[in-house]
Design a protein around this ligand. Structure first.
Ligand code: SF4
Length: 416
């Protein structure tokens, strides 16, 4: 019987992956998309264990990392999206112990949507609900053809489901709202693609709410009212609709109020849920783990004496680096020097910096301490949370000399 593994290439966490192993390496990956195959095969440029640029052993690097964190008054601990839930919980404990700022990438992407879902302000569903029931799927500011390549084939548009036996086209309508004609927009088709100008999402949502209320929809950018009314008619008839929210939508909105208005209206006339298109495989896990511990999903600062967490924008990775309010940083499975504006992230190179990662990246090239860790879902198992909040068990496929990040964090915490 075949053994199936979970791909940690994105937060879909596809659990139908088969591998062929040769000479203790993954030779062939079956069922995964191109992105997943690359992830399963590991990094081409592995990180070395170093202190001050000199190769060393893991114990020495851990001792140095503990020393940096012990001496810092306000350390920053950031990353976590590519770590197991076990590692994330240890990271939360380490942040408590050191009075650290603690944040993850949701702080500048899907955070507001996940927070609203955890606070039960937005209705959501599972990926399996979408596969079995969804007849209308809106990709709003999302391009899963590139970001989550198996989303359309495995869960949303193409597959047959219990209540969608004919699948694609005959049983489902896929709609794309975006500022550009993405590959997902091409799949949805010209008559189901609604191209709006940059920053036009709020107005388009409000126009849609008007159309759903049988009023004439208007936008300042002159979008064809007839097309908005046609779209409203499709949405009204949905038996199980879902909006897959991408970063394009989140970056366009100042707050989620327009989305609340639209979802409320949609649920007056039909039935609609929301799916956050989370990128990194366990970003949602970090949000849930921190929420359970503190009531906040990101952007916290712990008091090392009381363990109490304060929350606010000033504790985000961006603001803490911009304001230079942190004096050391531990980065786990992330590359903020590549992903944040240089004006903000440059400060990382001025403070004692520790990275834990399987692969070398720009941030690790500036770090005082680099500790290579095993690859989640390939070289160690554990638990992760899919984009829809479902917990998934990861299985180890290969042995490695590198420790899992959870083990490294446990050793650093003990050394402090
Ligand atoms: Fe892996 Fe995501 Fe591709 Fe699935 S869609 S195989 S989880 S990268």
């Amino acid at each position: 019987m075949s053994e199936y593994y979970v791909c940690t290439g994105c937060a879909l966490l596809c659990d139908d992956i088969e591998v062929e192993i040769e000479n203790s390496k993954i030779k062939t990956v079956h069922a995964a998309c191109r992105k997943g195959v690359a992830r399963m095969k590991g990094c081409s440029d592995p990180l070395e264990c170093t202190v001050d640029g000199e190769k060393t052993d893991v114990d020495s690097a851990i001792t140095k990392a503990a020393e940096i964190l012990r001496e810092a008054e306000n350390p920053l601990i950031f990353g976590h999206g590519n770590s197991s839930s076990e590692a994330q919980k240890l990271s939360i404990g380490l942040a408590k112990k050191t009075g650290a700022y603690l944040d993850d990438t949701s702080s500048f992407c899907q955070g507001p949507v996940i927070e609203a879902i955890l606070q039960e302000k937005l209705r959501t569903c599972t990926l399996d609900d979408i596969r079995h029931k969804a007849d209308v799927i809106i990709f709003w500011g999302a391009d899963p053809s590139n970001s989550h390549p198996r989303h359309l084939s495995r869960y949303s548009y193409f597959p047959r489901g219990k209540e969608r036996q004919r699948g694609w086209e005959e049983d489902r309508t896929a709609i794309c709202v975006d500022v550009r004609k993405s590959e997902t927009a091409v799949i949805c088709g010209a008559n189901r693609f609604y191209q709006i100008p940059m920053g036009g999402d709020e107005e388009f949502m409000d126009a849609l709410v008007s159309a759903l209320s049988s009023k004439v929809p208007k936008t300042s950018f002159g979008f064809d009212a007839k097309r908005i009314l046609e779209l409203a008619n499709v949405l009204k008839k949905a038996k199980f609709g879902v909006i897959c929210v991408g970063l394009g939508l989140i970056y366009s909105l100042e707050d989620l109020e327009p989305l609340f208005r639209l979802i409320d209206k949609l649920n007056e006339v039909s039935e609609f849920s929301l799916m956050p298109m989370v990128g990194q495989y366990n970003m949602r896990g970090f949000n849930q783990n921190l929420y359970e511990e503190t009531g906040f999903i990101n952007r916290v600062k712990f008091n090392s004496e009381t363990g109490e967490a304060k929350h606010g924008p000033e504790f985000s990775v961006v603001e803490s680096l911009r304001e230079k309010s942190v004096d050391a940083a531990l980065i786990i499975g992330s590359d903020p020097l590549s992903s944040l504006p240089l004006s903000v992230s440059r400060y990382l190179a001025d403070i004692p910096l520790i990275t834990i990662d399987p692969c070398r990246n720009l941030t690790s090239s500036k770090a005082e301490v680099t500790i290579p860790c095993a690859f989640g879902g390939v070289e160690y198992g554990g638990t992760a949370v899919r984009m829809d909040g479902v917990e998934v068990k990861l299985k180890k496929i290969l042995d490695t000399e590198n420790l899992p990040d959870a083990e490294i964090l446990r050793k650093i915490t003990e050394a402090i």
